[in-house]
Design a protein around this ligand. Structure first.
Ligand code: UDP
Ligand code: MG
Length: 324
């Protein structure tokens, strides 16, 4: 092994939470029970992603009663990716684990994650075996998304992998170097590399509350993934343009032949329409694709911070959390 593994590592669990008041107490009870039984000293970093319900109050209560709890409050809802980043930025432990607050990722798996890490893996990612409680439409769109990503991205992104994962310190440090605004975490996690392995698990249905992701958000999420990790669409635009030109040419020939054979009451009109509509449509589409990339460049160029902290309470014991 190329590095020494501490016999009793420190573990920081990062939990992004947005309007999770209904499930958070139950989540904490299960997570705390798991941490108690671990051969590692654990701490928990709750990140309130600008919740509008009682989430922050509950997190503060948990921090007051459990010395291992650190509490972060973002200034508004920055999205799960930013919340995760905020949490990971605070980690000062040998290991960091990312888990959803809604109990879809079972905390009881943590010992298995650590066992895989002990085998010498830097990243152990949870891979979903079953998606209980999700509609066939969500399953179908998710699988289509992973297939498209697989073909388009230069970085292979493991399918059915969420953010539920364990990372070694050097991976967390590597992640800190990736400050891009377009945070497609699945891709970012894959991009850093190191020795990664999958831990298959059954993804449970949500315990309470509702999913924060609707189909429009998922569609945008898919666009985000594709444009952040692939420039293939730009090249596709070139080929679509070429093919269009060829088809338009063929169609043009046919119109000429038709006019010669049967005549045409409105001279020139059909061929004109063909050319205008075909080329106009294709040009708009190519512009749209370029716009997608340009818009992202624009956002990236502004280099705004990824999130803003409104409140921070370090853990009173366990692993030390570093101040922002
Ligand atoms: N989440 C967040 N900010 C958001 C949306 C979600 O921190 O803007 C958190 C949420 O509280 C949960 C996790 O991200 O802990 C996963 O969210 P959700 O369960 O809604 O996603 P799904 O499981 O449906 O993919
Ligand atoms: Mg969920």
């Amino acid at each position: 092994m190329d590095r020494s593994q501490p016999t009793r590592p420190t573990l920081a669990v990062v939990v992004p939470a947005y309007n999770e008041a209904a499930v958070l107490p139950r989540f904490h009870a299960r997570l705390a029970a798991v941490l108690d039984g671990l051969d590692a000293s654990g701490s928990i970093i709750y990140v309130d992603d600008g919740s509008r319900d009682a989430t922050w109050r509950i997190i503060e209560e948990l921090a007051a009663t459990d010395a291992r709890v650190a509490a972060l409050k973002l200034a508004r809802n920055f999205g799960k990716e930013a919340a995760l980043t905020a949490g990971l930025d605070q980690v000062d432990a040998d290991l960091a684990l990312v888990i959803d607050a809604d109990l879809q990722d079972p905390p009881e798996l943590i010992p298995e994650f650590i066992a895989r890490w002990r085998e010498g893996h830097d990243v152990v990612y949870g891979q979903r075996l079953a998606r209980d409680g999700e509609t066939w439409l969500k399953r179908a769109t998710a699988s289509a998304f992973y297939r498209v990503m697989q073909r388009l991205s230069a970085t292979p992104i493991p399918p059915d992998t969420g953010d539920f994962r364990l990372m070694s310190r050097r991976v967390v440090e590597a992640l800190r170097g990736l400050r891009e605004r377009q945070r497609f975490m699945k891709g970012i996690f894959a991009w850093v590399g190191f020795r990664q392995c999958a831990l298959p698990y059954r993804r449970d249905p949500r315990e309470a509350g509702s999913s924060k992701f609707n189909y429009w958000k998922l569609w945008n999420f898919a666009l985000e993934g594709i444009t952040s990790f692939s420039t293939v669409p730009l090249r596709v635009a070139t080929y679509v343009g070429l093919i269009t030109a060829l088809v338009a040419f063929g169609y043009g020939l046919w119109i000429v032949a038709k006019t010669v054979l049967w005549g045409n009451p409105v001279a020139g009109y059909p061929s004109l329409m063909t050319v205008i509509l075909f080329l106009g449509g294709m040009q708009l589409m190519a512009l749209g694709i370029m716009g997608e990339y340009l818009g992202r460049l624009y956002v990236e160029a502004k280099a705004r911070p990824l999130y803003l902290l409104e409140a921070f309470r370090p853990a009173r014991s366990g692993t030390r959390a570093v101040a922002a």
